[in-house]
Write a protein that binds this ligand. Structure first.
Ligand SMILES: [Zn+2]
Length: 399
């Protein structure tokens, strides 16, 4: 299995490379026009139609191939949107970029971008980038350049780890809960919610009569907000994947689209707003965990809609319906005569369902495992995600 990652760093462009951005952008937009005129969006067809047309651009030929490929990507995205019935304008590339999977090389810590006639634009890699790329088992695939940053994509072959346990992941507005019937870690992410609330008040307090200004304001604060939250989520996803890899666990995600919590009352003012706010961070943490897990060879299980049903309403021990409390997030089981935290219940159930899917394909052996692991109370550890620092090691309790 191939796993892909990328590393990004800043650099300072010169005039020549800025010219390259312009040529590249024009080529991409040229190909998009050709694609639209001929209703072509596959790479193969677009290459046949546009490669000759790109003769007039004075640039190394593999940049032309990359421009066609970029245009094909934009066109197929547009086709997807049209399919979903969205209103789409004719797309074009506005941002100055340059990307290629050919011709570049790294010599003595310098990333060399070919300009033609054996000339190169040099970017001195920083210590962080150099350290990452120093691993000889990595294959460097491509680079993508913007006006102030370079992103280098690399990959490796990964062998998937055979897992022995499962861990459920429950994403809530204020916490991310991860665990199974033995152990649960609850990451408090309410800081992220505060970031959203503060930027929300900034953007909504502006006058709405100029939609362009509001749009710009949204994008400015949106980017800042996104960066801050992603940073926080990166700390969480890193620990989640590291722990799972170390303990040979598979990570189990619920089917979020049908989860009741998205529409839970009392978190936000409006339902539409609530689902929007929930949507972004929930998918971001999943995205991060998925690519980090893939990199480590740790398996991720996505529960289906029917497998998700009841994960937060049924007792993980006896399987009976739990009673909700108006005032707290605790749930009561009449059979087991005990209170349980809603999110802890969810991850216990999710991990069991993940295990069940795994065991049913191996002939029912998992049933005994399920019963046994459900008979104890899990150890619950609470962590403030905003206090996590890079390379921080959380306290890991012994049951
Ligand atoms: Zn029970």
């Amino acid at each position: 299995m191939k796993a892909i990652k990328s590393v990004k760093q800043f650099y300072t462009p010169d005039n020549q490379i800025i010219d390259f951005f312009e040529i590249f952008r024009h080529m991409v937009n040229h190909c998009i026009r050709i694609g639209l005129q001929n209703d072509a969006h596959t790479l193969k067809r677009l290459t046949i139609l546009s490669y000759h047309e790109l003769k007039l651009y004075d640039i190394i030929s593999y940049y032309k191939l990359c421009a066609i490929s970029k245009a094909a990507g934009i066109l197929s995205n547009r086709k997807q949107s049209v399919k979903r019935g969205m209103n789409t304008k004719d797309p074009y590339l506005k941002k100055p970029i340059l990307l290629s999977c050919y011709g570049f090389k790294i010599v003595n810590g310098i990333f060399k971008i070919p300009l033609g006639d054996r000339k190169y634009f040099d970017i001195t890699l920083n210590a962080h980038t150099k350290q990452i790329l120093s691993d000889n088992s990595l294959k460097i695939n491509s680079f993508s350049l913007t006006q102030d940053s370079i992103s280098i994509s690399y990959s490796k072959e990964v062998v998937q780890i055979e897992f022995t346990q499962t861990v459920g992941i429950d994403r809530n507005l204020r916490n991310i809960t991860v665990g199974n019937c033995n152990e649960v870690i609850q990451f408090d992410v309410s800081k992220a919610v505060k970031i959203v609330e503060s930027t929300k008040s900034i953007t909504s307090s502006s006058k709405r009569n100029d939609s362009r200004i509001v749009k710009r304001l949204y994008s400015k604060y949106g980017t800042r907000r996104k960066n801050r939250i992603n940073q926080l989520l990166h700390q969480v996803s890193k620990i989640v994947v590291e722990q799972a890899t170390k303990n040979r666990q598979s990570l189990v995600f619920e089917d979020i689209k049908h989860i009741r919590k998205m529409y839970q009352k009392g978190n936000w003012q409006g339902r539409r707003h609530r689902s929007k706010m929930n949507g972004w961070s929930f998918s971001e943490i999943k995205r991060q965990i998925e690519y980090k897990a893939r990199w480590n060879g740790t398996q991720v299980i996505q529960l289906s809609k029917s497998e998700t049903r009841g994960t937060s309403t049924l007792c993980p021990k006896c399987g009976k319906r739990l009673q909700e409390q108006r005032t707290s997030r605790d749930l009561w089981c009449d059979i087991c005569q005990r209170w349980q935290d809603r999110d802890v219940v969810a991850v216990m159930n999710q991990s069991l369902r993940g295990l069940l899917r795994f065991s049913s394909s191996k002939g029912g052996a998992g049933e005994a495992m399920v019963q046994e692991s459900g008979s104890k109370e899990p150890v619950i550890l609470k962590v403030d995600a905003s206090k996590l620092r890079p390379n921080s090691d959380i306290y890991h309790p012994k049951a």
